[in-house]
Design a protein around this ligand. Sequence first.
Ligand code: HEC
Ligand code: HEC
Ligand code: HEC
Ligand code: HEC
Ligand code: HEC
Ligand code: HEC
Ligand code: HEC
Ligand code: HEC
Length: 406
Amino acid sequence: MDRYLAASLALPIIYLLTVPNMIGAGGKGYVGSQACKPCHLSIYNRWKDTRMANVVQDPRSHPQAFLCDFSKPNPYYKFRKQDIAFVYGSHWKQRYFVKRGDNYYALPVQWDIVHRVWLKYHPGPGEDWWVPYYPDDPMKRPTGPLCDGCHSVNYDIATRTVTEWNVGCERCHGPGSEHIETPWKQGSIVNPAKLDFVRANDVCIQCHSQLRPLANPIHGSYYDWAVDYQPGDRLSDYVRLEDHQLGVNNFFYWPDGSAHKNREQGNDFVTSVMCAHGVTCFSCHDPHGSENDNLLIKPGSAMCLECHGPRSPNGPRGDTLEAHTHHPPGSPGSDCIACHMPRIATEIGTFRVHSHTFRFISPALTMKYGIPNPCTSCHKDKSNQWALEQLDKWQNESPWRFERRN
Ligand code: HEC
Ligand code: HEC
Ligand code: HEC
Ligand code: HEC
Ligand code: HEC
Ligand code: HEC
Ligand code: HEC
Ligand code: HEC
C-alpha cells in the first residue's frame, strides 16, 4: 500500500512544516485537496483527472475549457469568452457563468456537447421547483443558492466563498484538519466505506439527487442543495428528496416514479432492492477515478456479473444467462444495462442518461403511463402488445413480479 508507506516515511515531517499555513485558509477545519496529496499521492493523481474534479473551470487559467463552437447559430444569447468567469461541464452539456459583485449568474444559453448545438437555458414554470421563488430574469437568479453548493467544497452561504471549487476530497470525506495532524487516529476522517449503507450512499446522494432543504427559505433565499450537511450525517436530517405521486408525469418523475431528468441517481437508487441490501453507489463506481466510462469499477455488464449470475444467490434465476435474457449471449439484447438501466432520464435536449432503479419497466407501463420500456425502445418496429406477448412466453419470469396487463 504505497500511500500508507509514503505517509509513514519522511513525508509527514516535511509536510507538517507547511500544514499550519493551510489550516485556517478554508476555515472550519477544511484544508483543501492539495493538503491530501503528499500522503495519498496515487489517489490524488487519479482523482485530479476525473470529471468531478474538473466540472468548474476558470477560463483565465484553462482557456481550453470552452468546448462550444461560436460559429454555430446561437439565437438565444451571445457572449464573449472574456466575459465568462466560470465554464461549467465537459461531458454532456456546458454552461457559462458571469460574475456581478460577489455573485455568479448562469447565462441563458448552453452548449449541447453531444449534438454540438446551442440550446436555450432558462428554467421556466413547471420546470425546476424553485422557479416560482425567483424572478424570471437570469441575472436575478444567483448561482450561490441554486448551484454552487454542489460544485464546490465548503461553500459558505454568508461569505459566498469556498475552500475549493469542484468535488474535492473533503466533500466526500468531511473536513480534514484533524486528520492531517493525527492521520493514524481512528475516526479522524470519514471513510464512507465504514459508514452504514444509508449514510454511505448519502455521501453521493447529497449531490446526485433532486432535493429541497428542510430549512428553506434560508436567510430569505431558497436553496437547491444540502446546506450544512457533512459526510457522516444523515442527509434526511437536512433535506427531503423531491416528492413523487403515482400516475403524475412531471419534470422530475415519470408516472411510475422513475427519474425523468438527470442528476436523480439518488432518487432512483433509494427505491432499489439493491440499496436496501446494502449495495452502495461506490460498489459500482470508483469516485477516485477509473479507466472505464462513468467511473465504473468494471465496464458495463461485467459490473453486474461481479455479484450476479445464473448460480448466484442474488439471481437472476435460471441455469444460464441466456435462459434469463432470452437473447443470444453477447448480443445487444442480452446486456443487463439495456434492460435494467434504460436511458430514460433527460440530461439535455434529446440526450438521456441511465435509470438507476434497476427495475425492469414492463411494456404494460408504457401503455398505461407512456414511460418508455427497454423492449420497444430497442425493437422500434414492434408494438407494446407484441412485447407483452413475447414476455408471456418467458416462462421463467413470474407474472406476478411486474405488470403484464395494460
Ligand atoms: C500526513 C499524512 C496524511 C495526510 C496529509 C492525509 N492523510 Fe489520510 N491517511 C494517512 C494515513 C497514514 C492513513 C492510514 C491510517 C490508518 O490506517 O489508520 C490515512 C487514512 C485515510 C483514510 C481512511 C480512514 C479510515 O478510517 O479508513 C481516508 C478516507 C483519508 N486518509 C483521507 C484523507 C484526506 C481526504 C486527506 C486530505 C484532507 C488526507 N487523508 C490527508 C495519512 C495522511
Ligand atoms: C466523490 C467522493 C469522493 C471523493 C471526491 C474522494 N473520495 Fe476518497 N473515498 C470515497 C469513497 C466512497 C471511499 C470508500 C471506497 C471503498 O472503499 O469502496 C473512499 C476511500 C478513500 C480512502 C480509503 C480507502 C483507500 O482506497 O485507501 C482514502 C485514503 C481516500 N478515499 C482518500 C481520498 C483523497 C486523498 C481524495 C482526494 C484526492 C479523495 N479520497 C476523494 C469517496 C471520495
Ligand atoms: C459535491 C457534489 C458531488 C458529490 C458529493 C458526488 N458527486 Fe459525482 N458528480 C458531481 C458532478 C458535478 C458531476 C459532473 C462532472 C462533469 O461531468 O463535469 C459528477 C459526476 C459523476 C459521475 C459521472 C462522471 C464521469 O466521470 O463520467 C459519476 C459516476 C459520479 N459522479 C459518481 C459519484 C459517486 C459514486 C459519489 C459518491 C461516492 C459522488 N459522485 C459524489 C457532483 C458530486
Ligand atoms: C444538488 C446538487 C446540484 C445542484 C444544485 C446543481 N448541480 Fe449541476 N450537477 C450536479 C451533479 C451531481 C451533476 C452530474 C450528474 C448529472 O449531470 O446528472 C451535475 C452536472 C452539471 C453539469 C453538466 C456537466 C457535464 O459535464 O455535462 C452542468 C453544466 C451543471 N451541473 C451546472 C449546474 C448549474 C448551472 C446549476 C444551477 C442552476 C447546477 N448545476 C445545480 C449537482 C448539482
Ligand atoms: C455489489 C454487488 C452487486 C452488484 C455489483 C450488482 N448487484 Fe444487483 N443485486 C445485488 C444484491 C445483493 C441484490 C439483492 C438480491 C436479493 O434479492 O437478495 C441485487 C438485486 C438486483 C435485482 C433485483 C431487484 C428486485 O427487484 O428484486 C436486479 C434487477 C439487479 N440486482 C440488477 C443489477 C444490475 C443490472 C447490475 C449491474 C449494473 C447489478 N445488479 C450489480 C448486488 C449487486
Ligand atoms: C431482455 C431483457 C433483460 C436482460 C438483458 C436482463 N434482464 Fe434481468 N430481468 C428481466 C425481466 C423481464 C425480469 C423480471 C422482472 C422482475 O422480476 O422484476 C428480470 C429480473 C431480474 C432479476 C430479479 C429476478 C431474478 O430472476 O432473480 C435480476 C437479479 C436480474 N434480472 C438481473 C439481471 C442481470 C444481472 C442481467 C445481465 C446478465 C440481466 N438481468 C439482463 C429482463 C432482462
Ligand atoms: C449496481 C451498479 C450501480 C450502482 C449501485 C450505481 N450505479 Fe451509477 N451507473 C452504473 C452503470 C452500469 C452506469 C453506466 C451505464 C453505461 O454507461 O452503460 C452508471 C452511470 C452513472 C452515471 C452517469 C450518467 C449515466 O447514467 O450515464 C452517474 C452520474 C452515476 N451512475 C451515479 C451513481 C450514483 C450517484 C449512484 C448511487 C446513488 C449510483 N450511480 C449507483 C451502475 C451503478
Ligand atoms: C438493446 C436492444 C434490445 C433490447 C433491450 C431487447 N432486445 Fe430483443 N432482440 C434484440 C436483437 C438485436 C435481436 C436479434 C437477436 C440476435 O442477435 O440474433 C432480438 C431478438 C428478439 C426476439 C427474437 C426475434 C424476433 O424479433 O422475434 C424476441 C422475441 C425479442 N428480441 C424480444 C424482446 C423483448 C420482449 C424485450 C424486452 C424484455 C427485448 N427483446 C429487449 C435487441 C434487443
